[in-house]
Design a protein around this ligand. Structure first.
Ligand SMILES: Nc1ncnc2c1ncn2[C@@H]1O[C@H](COP(=O)(O)OP(=O)(O)OP(=O)(O)O)[C@@H](O)[C@H]1O
Length: 877
């Protein structure tokens, strides 16, 4: 308080006695102009005015100079003849476009100055003008002054030397003087050589041409002075240039990969390298060896968003220390995980980037705070680098190679029958054509003029009945064609083999994220779609109509295109038998809950847990995407593989996850909303983070395929269903009840309804593929989904004594004596499986002996002494 008072009182109490009250008028006069000048100088309008002035000056000089080139002879006489005063104030007539001033200025610049190099001054005024007007340094002033000075000296002297001596002052007085002195000093030839040397040196300096001699080793542009921290590099003779260091590194058994020197595995020296001396590490000052982990990792982009202000760079430039070795700054964060398998190359990376500090572009592009070019993109497949994709010979042809030949008699018979039947209903036709597909033949009819299509549509059932064939579907009209289609089943059907579809060029060359070969259209075109774009698939079909084959087709298609690191399946199979074949690929392609023994989920309760775990995974992925500033999994993984995301911050390569539910109706019947809600949530949101759903059901009734589910599954597939209502539920349109089964299907996708024959893959084939993959080295475990803790789950909560694990007390003793709430400790000490140890931990939590689950960290132990524990245990009894 007192201090404050003193402070405020000071000026008032001291001022009066020291100096008399100043005259306000005097004060005003002294201070006001000072403030105004400062403000004026800072005012951006002043800058703009100056900018305009310099630009006009530049234009003025340019016009005057150019005009001088043509008028100099006459004007020069007048300028010599008249005095400056007369020139300015007299009535002298000159030819220069810009009058006497133009002639006078040009003459001085050219004749008494620098000759033709005077144009460089126009450039100088121009860049000053632009910088002032734009308000920031578009052009580097110091750099430009250096170039201009050099240019003025060099051009004026060269001009004077090459074409001087005549009447026109090509090199000006400066050029003549320089030329005179130099020719006197080194002779004409010497001057010519000197000018050539200077000229070429400048060009080399500026453009750094690559002079390559065919057989010679690559040379880096210049030997470089020490500019980087001392670090170990490969043995080499002292002070050799960086390029030689690379050469030596190669001799020492290193090979170069994308600018990175890689030491081949020590365990397996290459035969032809056996005689080479062993690699040694010595210290070299001109090269930094960056541990590959650091060299390869690039920190996230946002770290570089604030670039250093240009002014600072300029100050640095002024020192112009000549060529420097640019050493990459080591990013703080380590890189994406590099697999460290035995025998795998150890990477020792060094970055050598020559740059010149006064090289504008280069300084800007590789200033130390900017990210560097990725050394080596992260390859997620490296963990299973020897993985072999399944081969096509594991699949069967099913005699599908035969060209579909429809019996012409059958075609004729059907055609006549169609015409006759339509006639019965007074419908005459203009034209009829047939397209023979693998299962059905499409007869396309152009009705006679005046026949209303709606009439044919209304008669659909009657016509089908009259044609007396099962599986007739009438499409009236065929969208986009204006014709009417009648699909009639073929007597002889052709199987569409998955093998042929997978062998097709369309599939082999597809760049889709999740390509699925579904089947063949009526015109025998392969229907291959991207599940990632669909983005989910709802599948319905009565029992025995080809649903299971359909699911296998989709799964096998994906297995043929995707590496285990890129794709994981979550398989839900309440029928317990349909998807069990895929158990073999658990360690390659399946995902499961932590602690689960079986990756294929058959139990409803576990399905709920898994679906919720998937929702957690989805949320986690969204967090990662957000943090990485990416919108979808593709962008995210792209950034991750370029090593622009830091794994230590939780970033990881995200494989696609495809959830397959084989019998959805079953789940809804037993678990209702508990299953519907997470499925709906996933269907709504999961596409961007690479989680896609394939949901199949036998009973496509409205209480199973609810509005919420339907709204989020734009792509739907129907095999034959038992009623038109079912067809409407699944496809929003009838027709699926008319299908003939055995893989005959309708796909509603992108607003189109297409009839397909589903590609066929038999169980033994799936077994072959699963075995082929399963026999290869996989990951240590299935892909683990995040743990989901069900609050309503009675397990581990208020437990009755009967529910408590018999090992409960023993576990409590272990935890309290060690004071470590860790599940793995229980597993080790008591030789338990993860599931049981986890359950015990939950029970200990319910009894308030340990705290809640803290993810990867051990739980808190709430009971500190054994006596305290005994008390609790006694109370529990
Ligand atoms: N695309 C197809 N091409 C040829 N035949 C097929 C095709 N799909 C299925 N079939 C035949 O239909 C039979 C039944 O198919 P699938 O087992 O897929 O039926 P489903 O709908 O899954 O039956 P469920 O619901 O009872 O499991 C198969 O054994 C096979 O003979």
């Amino acid at each position: 308080m007192s201090k404050n008072k003193l402070k405020t009182e000071k000026p008032e109490s001291k001022k009066p006695p020291k100096s008399p009250a100043p005259n306000p008028d005097v004060l005003k006069k002294d201070k006001e102009p000072e403030v105004k000048v400062k403000e004026l100088v800072k005012d951006e309008r002043t800058h703009k005015v100056l900018g305009v002035f310099f630009l006009l000056l530049s234009v003025y000089c340019f016009i005057a100079f150019t005009s001088y080139l043509f008028t100099w002879e006459d004007d020069q006489d007048k300028i010599f003849h008249y005095s400056t005063r007369e020139l300015f104030f007299g009535d002298v007539k000159v030819d220069n476009l810009l009058g006497r001033l133009g002639a006078y200025v040009s003459h001085n610049f050219f004749f008494y100055g620098v000759g033709i190099a005077a144009y460089l001054f126009c450039y100088f005024f121009f860049i000053i003008g632009v910088n002032f007007i734009v308000g920031r340094r578009v052009f580097r002033i110091w750099r430009s002054i250096k170039y201009i000075l050099f240019g003025v000296l060099f051009i004026s002297m060269t001009m004077a030397f090459a074409i001087g001596g005549g009447d026109f002052p090509w090199g000006g007085a400066l050029g003549d003087a320089l030329n005179k002195w130099t020719t006197g000093f080194v002779g004409k030839t010497g001057t010519a050589l000197l000018l050539l040397v200077v000229g070429f040196s400048w060009l080399i300096w500026k453009f750094n041409f690559d002079f390559k001699w065919p057989e010679k080793k690559i040379k880096l542009p210049k030997p470089v002075p020490a500019a980087a921290p001392v670090a170990p590099v490969m043995q080499t003779t002292a002070a050799t240039p960086a390029a030689t260091a690379k050469e030596d590194a190669r001799k020492n058994g290193l090979r170069e990969e994308g600018g990175v020197m890689v030491i081949p595995p020590h365990a397996e020296p290459e035969e032809d390298e056996e005689d080479l001396p062993p690699m040694q590490l010595v210290e070299r000052e001109d090269i930094t060896v960056i541990p590959s982990a650091h060299a390869a990792y690039l920190p996230p982009e946002p770290a570089y968003e604030n670039e250093p202000p240009v002014e600072e760079e300029e100050e640095e430039e002024e020192e112009d220390p000549g060529p420097l070795l640019y050493i990459e700054e080591m990013p703080e964060q380590p890189l994406a995980p590099v697999s460290k398998k035995k025998g795998e190359p150890v990477e020792v990376a060094f970055e050598i980037k020559p740059t010149y500090q006064d090289e504008e572009d280069e300084v800007e592009e590789i200033a130390p705070t900017r990210p560097v070019e990725p050394v080596d993109p992260y390859d997620p497949s490296l963990d299973l680098r020897d993985y072999k994709f399944p081969t096509l010979d594991l699949l069967e042809n099913h005699n599908a190679d035969k060209v579909i030949v429809q019996d012409t008699a059958e075609l004729e018979k059907n055609k006549n029958q169609i015409i006759d039947t339509l006639k019965n209903y007074d419908i005459s036709i203009q034209k009829i054509s047939a397209t023979v597909g693998p299962t059905v033949t499409l007869y396309e009819i152009v009705p006679a003029a005046g026949v209303r299509i709606s009439r044919i549509k209304n008669l659909e059932d009657d016509i089908a009945l009259s044609l007396s064939a099962l599986g007739i579907r009438i499409i009236a009209p065929i969208p986009g064609k204006g014709t009417i289609g009648i699909e009639v089943p073929n007597v002889k059907k052709t199987i569409v083999s998955l093998k042929n579809m997978l062998a097709s060029e369309k599939f082999q060359t597809s760049t889709m994220d999740l390509p699925i070969a579904i089947g063949k259209k009526i015109d025998n075109e392969n229907f291959i779609a991207d599940l990632a774009k669909m983005p989910h698939l709802l599948m319905a079909g009565a029992t025995g109509q080809g649903k299971s084959v359909g699911i296998n087709t989709l799964l096998v298609s994906l297995l043929y295109k995707k590496h285990p690191s890129q794709l994981k399946f979550v398989l839900v199979d309440p029928k317990k038998v349909e998807l069990s074949l895929y158990k073999l690929i658990e360690k390659h392609f399946l995902a499961k809950l932590p602690g689960e023994d079986d990756a294929i989920i058959t139990d409803t309760k576990k399905v709920i847990h898994t679906l919720n775990a998937l929702c957690i995974e989805m949320d986690l992925r969204y967090d990662l995407l957000k943090e990485a500033g990416t919108r979808n999994i593709r962008e995210y993984n792209g950034k991750f593989t370029q090593r622009r995301l830091n794994p230590l911050k939780g970033h990881r390569y995200l494989p696609f996850i495809v959830l397959v539910v084989d019998e959805f109706a079953d789940l809804i019947m037993t678990a209702g909303k508990e299953v519907e809600m997470p499925i709906a949530r996933l269907a709504q949101l999961a596409r961007a983070v690479g989680i896609h759903l394939i949901i199949a059901t036998q009973r496509p009734s409205v209480n199973i395929i609810t509005g919420t589910i339907k709204a989020n599954f734009p792509a739907r597939v129907a095999f034959k269903v038992s009623s038109k209502i079912d067809s409407r539920t699944i496809l929003d349109i009838g027709g699926a009840e008319q299908l003939i089964g055995q893989g005959d299907m309708l796909v509603s996708f992108n607003g189109e309804l297409v009839r397909l024959q589903c590609a066929f893959v038999d169980t033994p084939e799936v077994e072959n593929v699963a075995e082929f993959i399963g026999n290869q080295k996989g990951y240590p475990d299935a892909f683990l989904l995040p743990e989901y803790v069900d609050d309503k789950d009675p397990d581990g909560r208020e437990l009755s004594i009967a529910d408590r694990d018999p090992l409960f007390e023993e576990a409590a003793q272990v935890i309290v004596t060690t004071q470590q709430g860790s599940t793995s400790l229980l597993q080790r000490r008591m030789k338990l499986g993860y599931n049981r140890a986890g359950r015990l931990m939950d029970q200990l939590e319910a009894a308030n002996i340990v705290g809640p689950n803290m993810g990867s960290k051990a739980r808190d132990v709430l009971v500190k002494t054994e006596s305290e524990l005994n008390e609790i245990l006694n109370n529990l009894l």
